[in-house]
Design a protein around this ligand. Sequence first.
Ligand code: HEM
Length: 212
Amino acid sequence: MDATSPDIYTEPQGYDLNTLANLGPLGPLAGIWEGQRGLDVKPKAEGPKKQAFVERIELQPVDPVTNGPQLIYALRYHVHVTKPDQVKTYHEQVGYWLWEPATRTVTHTLTIPRGLVAMASGSAEPDAKSFELVATQGLDTYGICSTPFLNQAFRTTEFRIKVAINDDGSWSYDEDTVLQILGQAEPFHHTDRNLLRKVAEATPNPLARARA
Ligand code: HEM
């Protein structure tokens, strides 16, 4: 949906209230997941450092969202990462995965407690088994915004995530967070990847539960 339609206020009528049935390529991501074999490449003063990690991701459907005529089905998520066998949080992230059926657009929002928000987007068919989303710093839409310290010392200039849905029901991601680090000429590729296996089913969205 773009805003060139003359009517930006009238909401669609009669749409399905069951989010889990309308998530397009995001449908297979709903649920609670664990990944035991994550790999992070992070910036350190002495250079790139590789670190194994374990991860838990919760992806739960929210009620359908309308912006005037625009209809969106979404999953709310929480990512929690630790080093293997540790309690201390190594990485944490919250946000939404959005699917707009009319434009076949997938959007991923990220909030990270270092002080950074980003919104990545890309196109996908409803039955896609892989898709790629990008956020670019400096843009008004699908951009990246950091706190002053991060913007100066570790500026995120691009974020890219590739998702692949596997035949056995698992899924994996491969992401590249491009950092411009103070004092370094070349951009740093802070990369992360993991394979997620389902440990519990999602809970249907409130309106779907009320109708059941
Ligand atoms: C599973 C995914 C991720 C993991 C496990 C992870 C982990 C880490 C760790 C451990 C560091 C700190 C290096 C250190 O000080 O020792 C770091 C730095 C950083 N990460 Fe990530 N990260 C992930 C994803 C992301 C994403 C998606 C973004 C942004 C879009 C991001 C942005 C940053 C920034 C800006 C820094 C530098 C900040 C600093 O060192 O003070 N990270 N990451």
